[in-house]
Design a protein around this ligand. Structure first.
Ligand code: PGA
Length: 247
């Protein structure tokens, strides 16, 4: 049985002071028995790590594929590990689209981070035009196969399906369509890698809010959610964590 995984992605939001306020708000609440992660900007990682309850994981939103050297503006796995960070999001569509991270770069990052012992959330998802052309299943399949090419530590990988047209737009993919894609992803994983497919968690992301989380999370093949906007507000994020109250 895969435990549900509720992940927040703050993107480029919150100063360390604001992160501390959030940590205090969330620490005070009773949270359901799910795995919880917050992916925060680099400057917030230390304060979150020191102040959030220990059962909440703190993740980076990106990491370099290189170990060290002349890579201005980059952060290495060693640096993250020195802060006690062992989780990272890789290949978010904003990294792919705005910073031109191609599949091979995403793959290099996943390989490097997993070899360094990190748990990785690999993001995939199609654009609106790809979906309208009915090419979304094939597109996501290629992203998965390329992103995971030669990755050996598959038990350290979580997949997040985030259709680009649903991110930050308020247009959630229907729970049925999200489930169809997550089933498709599990199928690809099973055909390519065998039984480990049943252990890899597959998340949905894109306009997840307190009022739709329960429906999405009640689907068998959706093992969790990756939440952007609604993770910035502690009360909203807590409602998503405690989604069972809305079932
Ligand atoms: P959103 O973002 O919840 O604001 O749509 C999701 C994401 O990009 O991870």
């Amino acid at each position: 049985m895969r435990k549900k995984y509720i992940c927040g992605n703050w993107k480029m939001n919150k100063t360390p002071d604001e992160a501390l306020v959030f940590a205090k708000e969330i620490n005070e609440k009773n949270l359901d028995d799910v795995d919880i992660l917050i992916a925060a900007p680099f400057v917030d990682l230390d304060i979150l790590k020191k102040n959030l309850n220990k059962n909440i994981k703190v993740a980076a939103q990106n990491v370099s594929e290189y170990s060290d050297g002349a890579y201005t503006g980059e952060i290495s796995t060693t640096m993250l590990k020195s802060m006690g960070i062992n989780d990272v999001i890789i290949g978010h569509s904003e990294r792919r689209d705005i910073y031109f991270e191609k599949d091979y770069i995403v793959n290099n990052k996943v390989k490097h981070a997993t070899e360094e012992g990190f748990d990785v959330i690999l993001c995939v998802g199609e654009s609106l035009s790809t979906r309208e052309n009915n090419e979304h299943f094939e597109f996501v399949k290629n992203q998965i196969l390329e992103g995971l090419d030669d990755v050996e530590e598959l038990e350290q990988v979580t997949i997040a399906y985030e259709p680009i047209w649903a991110i930050g737009t308020g247009n959630t993919c229907s729970a049925e369509d999200a489930e169809k894609m997550c089933e498709h992803i599990r199928d690809i994983l099973r055909k390519t890698y065998g039984d480990i497919a049943d252990k890899i968690r597959i998340l949905y992301g894109g306009s997840v809010k307190p009022n739709n989380a329960a429906e999405i999370l009640s689907k068998d093949d959706i093992d969790g959610v990756l939440v952007g906007g609604a993770s910035l507000n502690a009360n909203d994020f807590i409602k998503i964590i405690n989604y069972k109250e809305n079932l």
